[in-house]
Design a protein around this ligand. Structure first.
Ligand code: 13P
Length: 252
């Protein structure tokens, strides 16, 4: 049996009202009903998790958070994995580059990954280099992000998703995204790194996604030729028509 592909939309802060979030979810639910071979998920701003998950209750679309705190107690503004879970979330992005840019380092990301998993959420570990250099330093950079996030947390492998999002390719258009060949090369490297950190069998179970300027124009080629299990979509996921087009491109 071949595994379903996974398409996650990351709304970031593009959708700003509960009403728009609900309308989006209503349309998405109708459009993806009966779609085959692809699992759909939405990482929404924390305040919208309850309304969006209520709207999607009888649908297969999953709802999750864009980050969780690895801390507890006196943390003003923090949102824990348990809070996400009780609000209706089933997964959480951790280590997104836009969070790392605010100062969340590999140690913090490790804490968030463990916190998400401990609360019963599937952690979607985001990794990605800031730039590429001739000497291939981006490979060791990615390996270090994976190693430190999973250090001592190997037992969580069964529920993990890894999303490769090169920072320099985020927030642009399809023609600035990586080519399928570049995605494939990094996907193989990530699986090899996972096999070193976990073990080969567990590593093969971890879906590796690509994100960074995924749009309807490049989704089909990336999924067909990129050797990836799915896509993590930013700006194009905030428009329900383009998000549905991307999901349809991943159908089996
Ligand atoms: P874009 O699709 O807007 O490039 O964003 C990618 C991303 O950061 C998804 O998490």
């Amino acid at each position: 049996m071949t595994r379903k592909r996974l398409v996650i939309g990351n709304w970031k802060m593009y959708i700003e009202s509960a009403e728009s979030a609900k309308d989006f979810a209503r349309v998405l639910k109708r459009k993806v009903r009966g779609i085959s071979g692809v699992e759909v998920a939405l990482a929404v701003p924390a305040p919208f998790i309850p309304v969006v998950s209520a709207m999607l209750e009888s649908s297969a679309v999953r709802v999750g958070a864009q980050t969780v705190s690895g801390l507890s107690g006196a943390q003003t503004g923090g949102v824990s994995g348990a809070m996400v879970k009780t609000a209706g979330g089933t997964f959480a992005l951790v280590g997104h580059s836009e969070r790392r840019a605010l100062g969340e380092d590999n140690v913090a990301v490790h804490g968030q990954l463990v916190a998400a998993a401990s609360a019963g959420l599937v952690p979607v570990l985001c990794v990605g280099e800031l730039e590429r250099t001739e000497d291939g330093g981006h490979f060791s950079f990615i390996a270090e992000q994976i190693r430190s996030a999973l250090s001592g947390a190997q037992s969580l492998a069964g529920k993990l998703v890894v999303a490769y999002e090169p920072v320099w390719a985020i927030g642009k258009h399809a023609d600035s995204a990586l080519t399928s060949a570049e995605v494939r090369e990094m996907a193989i490297f990530i699986r090899k790194t996972l096999a070193d950190v976990l073990d080969r069998k567990s590593a093969l179970k971890v879906p590796v996604l690509y994100g960074g300027s995924v749009e309807p124009a490049n989704a089909a080629a990336l999924i067909a030729e990129g050797d990836i299990a799915g896509l993590l979509v930013g700006h194009a996921s905030a428009d329900v028509t383009s998000f549905v087009e991307i999901i349809s491109a991943c159908k089996k």
